[in-house]
Design a protein around this ligand. Structure first.
Ligand code: COA
Length: 278
């Protein structure tokens, strides 16, 4: 599949997806949204296990400066229906990334502003350069972080959103970590190594278990324990009887590397033997 504004490459079971409009700091317009949506549709349709993690990054000086302001200014002349259609397409793109069947790892350098912070919010794991700046800056432009709000709220909660959505203030990577938007903050020179560490963790886990764990979170989120019980009981029962669950449990007991770990076959692995299963 070819793209004008995205770079994609595959290294083993990891796909690297890079926003590629560096001249406008990877701001996204309707064409980027269409390409990201096309990429995400293909990723959702892929056979399980072919790709086991995706790294989302930005080319050039920064991760992403959010929605393209030139594109948004054109929407002034759109009818309300046209604006609705446009916003719905952007919302569908964020939802498709949010529900990707494999972990989405954000590699943030420079800045993640507006919709760029929204992209960080739909990543499962975010690694950021300590100098990176973040912001839900829409109100500074007289607009609001509407489309990204469900994803951002799920990450940072109401309290931080009430401050940051309302002020549009820019904030540091350290603050982004405090509010749960970012998980690891490192110096720029260590960013790729930190992303690699995260990928190694993902690749050492059972691929179907990782996908099931990701799917479980939105299902259980917001439910009380008794409402969650049938869902969680069914989810763990399904994993225990699935070939991968059986293999993982047996490998632990037999003190050997589970079959899915192509990287570590025939080597003793201390991570797995220390792991606890639920
Ligand atoms: N939409 C469209 N173009 C953008 C953009 C955006 N969101 N953000 C940056 N650009 C463009 C600039 O207009 C500039 O274009 P030019 O070279 O034709 O003048 C180019 O990208 C480089 O921007 P510049 O400000 O010179 O680079 P910088 O590295 O000093 O600063 C930012 C980068 C992202 C910090 C700064 O451009 C900025 O604050 N942008 C607005 C971000 C924002 O509010 N996003 C929320 C949108 S809802």
């Amino acid at each position: 599949m070819t793209y004008e504004h995205l770079l994609t490459r595959r290294e083993g079971a990891v796909e690297y997806l890079t926003l590629n409009r560096p001249d406008v700091r990877n701001a996204f317009n309707e064409h980027v949204i269409a390409e990201l949506s096309r990429w995400a549709a293909a990723a959702h349709a892929r056979p399980a296990g072919e790709v086991r993690a995706v790294v989302l990054a930005g080319a050039g000086k920064m991760f992403c400066a959010g929605a393209d302001i030139t594109w948004m200014s054109k929407t002034i002349d759109y009818t309300e229906d046209e604006n609705l259609r446009d916003a719905a397409a952007m919302s569908a793109m964020f939802a498709a990334l949010d529900t990707l069947p494999v972990p989405l790892v954000g590699r943030i350098h420079g800045a993640a502003l507006g919709g760029g912070a929204g992209l960080a919010a739909v990543c499962d794991i975010v690694v950021a350069d300590e100098q990176a700046i973040f912001g839900f800056t829409e109100v500074k432009l007289g607009i609001i972080p509407a489309v990204i709000s469900p994803f951002a709220l799920a990450k940072i909660g109401r309290s931080a959103a009430r401050e940051l959505f309302l002020t549009g203030a820019r904030f540091s990577a350290a603050r982004a970590k405090d509010i749960g938007l970012v998980h690891t903050v490192v110096p720029a020179s260590e960013l790729d190594a930190a992303v690699d560490r995260c990928l190694r963790e993902i690749l050492s886990a059972g691929p179907a278990a990782v996908a099931a764990a990701k799917a479980l979170i939105p299902e259980v989120w917001g439910l009380g324990a008794s409402d969650a019980r049938p869902i969680t009981a069914a989810a763990i029962a399904a994993r225990r009887v699935a070939p991968e669950g059986q293999e993982g449990l047996r490998a632990f007991l037999e003190k050997r590397t589970p079959g899915w770990r192509e990287d570590r076959k025939n080597t003793k692995d201390t991570t797995d033997t220390k792991a606890k299963t639920s």
